[in-house]
Ligand binder design. Structure first.
Ligand SMILES: *[C@@H]1O[C@H](CO)[C@@H](O)[C@H](O)[C@H]1NC(C)=O
Ligand SMILES: *[C@@H]1O[C@H](CO)[C@@H](O)[C@H](O)[C@H]1NC(C)=O
Ligand SMILES: *[C@@H]1O[C@H](CO)[C@@H](O)[C@H](O)[C@H]1NC(C)=O
Ligand SMILES: *[C@@H]1O[C@H](CO)[C@@H](O)[C@H](O)[C@H]1NC(C)=O
Ligand SMILES: *[C@@H]1O[C@H](CO)[C@@H](O)[C@H](O)[C@H]1NC(C)=O
Length: 425
């Protein structure tokens, strides 16, 4: 009898959240409003409710991101950073006028004391595509420089339904979690899709976690680890890509959310040109689901579907797709994010049948390390799913209206617990 079965039997009645949660603030955003104004009411209401604490959350986040850029890319942002910020902002304005207008709206709302000028804000919010051009070690073994990316997305096909699990991780965790809200995106007065959104990011750079009820759901994970990706691209090359208008991670996700069907969304996510490498995890309503791996270097997408007959190297059955921050064809081992992936796979495949939704959620609440991985802390890949950087944990089911009882925004950091050996329980 495995540990996980025992855990699951003991929680079959109710799944208790392991940490305190933030209240879910829900907002409506009108997709027809101009990008400059689209979020004005959301920011206004949010900042009024949270007061000083709300503004501080933005400020702390951007300060941490600027510090991160200076240390990860000292040759670009270490000296004369305002000039580089200006060039980044100009490339964004050239290739992404809608994204630039939205950034401008946010910068007006926050004011320069909190956000700096609009070029500084645009740079901070672009942390992810900027960071992945930074040099990296040739392995992801402990000791290699870490990156703030540790989302866990997965798809579980259960009796014709597809459950879509998601933990959203980023740093600095506490202030980002503070700004995380639920947004219903409306068109002609009707809700089209609902997302979990930290307000520190604008749409184009947002980490989408969304569901379009009766159609599909989408989550986006970072593909920032490993020895390839954009690590050897120069700042000039990145400016060229951004200026060319290729999609930023949130722009392609927004375009996909505007689609009416799973197939249409899949098409957009696999074909539209992209600026950066990312994973898109998509669930449909008729048993469909896929992980789409995109390459910022313009190689064509890899689409890894539920039920695909390809044998996985880490024991994933056809009804399961677990995606962390490592390519699915990289086997369990030294690479970052393979331990977390393996732990979730082990938990979900430990019983004889397909786990239920509550069991699925319970696995996302596990902050214990995988046995044998407990010392992989630099970067952290102990196998904990609920991690010190986890902002939110969600189970989506695209065949229904979103059930907010399965949406948790954590108001504190999880602690990594020692592995639990099967013998102990
Ligand atoms: C977190 O939320 C819980 C309720 O979910 C509350 O009891 C606790 O005081 C909160 N903790 C912090 C640090 O805000
Ligand atoms: C920063 O700018 C100044 C003047 O514009 C220039 O003299 C200096 O070389 C620049 N430093 C770096 C590191 O680019
Ligand atoms: C990146 O560039 C460095 C120096 O040119 C080279 O040694 C390294 O192999 C390159 N890495 C990749 C992944 O291409
Ligand atoms: C893009 O990167 C992948 C590795 O992530 C590599 O296999 C592929 O050859 C690269 N493609 C180009 C066009 O450089
Ligand atoms: C982790 O480190 C502790 C303390 O150094 C050691 O006792 C333990 O054996 C290590 N575990 C593994 C799996 O290497």
């Amino acid at each position: 009898m495995s540990l996980y079965l025992c855990l699951w039997f003991s929680v079959a009645v109710a799944v208790n959240p392991p940490l305190g949660t933030h209240q879910l603030l829900e907002y409506d955003v009108d997709l027809e409003a101009s990008p400059l104004e689209r979020y004005a009411n959301v920011y206004f209401d949010f900042l009024q409710r949270r007061g000083e604490r709300g503004l501080k959350a933005f400020q702390e986040t951007y300060q941490a991101w600027h510090a991160r850029l200076r240390s990860a890319l000292p040759e670009i942002f270490g000296a004369n950073e305002t000039q580089k910020q200006q060039r980044w902002w100009e490339a964004l304005r050239r290739g992404h006028p809608v994204a630039a207008a939205e950034l401008y709206g946010l910068s007006q709302r926050l004011g320069s004391d909190v956000a700096g000028d609009v070029a500084a804000l645009a740079t901070a919010v672009s942390l992810y595509p900027l960071l992945i051009i930074s040099p990296k070690a040739l392995t992801d073994a402990p000791g290699a420089p870490g990156r703030p990316s540790a989302c866990t997305s997965s798809l579980l096909s259960y009796g014709g339904l597809v459950y879509h699990g998601r933990s959203l991780d980023f740093e600095p965790r506490d202030p980002i979690a503070e700004t995380t809200v639920v947004v219903r995106h409306k068109w002609r007065g009707e809700a089209q899709y609902t997302c979990l959104q930290p307000l520190v990011w604008t749409t184009a750079l947002q980490w989408f976690t969304c569901v379009r009820p009766k159609a599909f759901s989408l989550s986006v994970n970072a593909r920032a680890q490993g020895i390839y990706m954009e690590s050897n691209s120069s700042f000039e090359e990145l400016l060229r890509r951004v200026g060319s208008g290729a999609y930023l991670l949130g722009e392609i996700a927004e375009e996909a959310m505007a689609a009416k069907s799973y197939d249409e969304a899949l098409q957009i996510l696999s074909l539209a040109p992209v600026v950066s490498s990312n994973y898109f995890i998509l669930a449909g309503v008729d048993g469909q689901g896929a992980v789409i791996t995109r390459f910022g270097n313009s190689s064509s997408a890899d689409v890894w579907s539920l039920d695909s007959s390809k044998v996985t190297c880490d024991g994933q059955p056809p009804w399961l797709r677990v995606q962390t921050n490592v390519d699915h064809w990289v086997p369990f081992g030294e690479n970052y994010a393979t331990h977390r992936r393996q732990h979730l796979v082990n938990m979900l495949t430990s019983s004889s049948g397909v786990p239920s939704k509550d069991q699925f959620l319970q696995a996302y609440f596990v902050s214990n390390a995988l046995e044998g991985s407990e010392n992989r802390t630099q970067p952290e890949d102990t196998g904990a799913i609920l991690r010190p950087t986890t902002i939110a944990t969600i189970i989506l089911n695209p065949s229904e209206q979103p059930d907010m009882r399965d949406w948790y925004i954590w108001n504190e950091s999880a602690k990594i617990l020692p592995p639990v050996s099967e013998q102990v329980i």
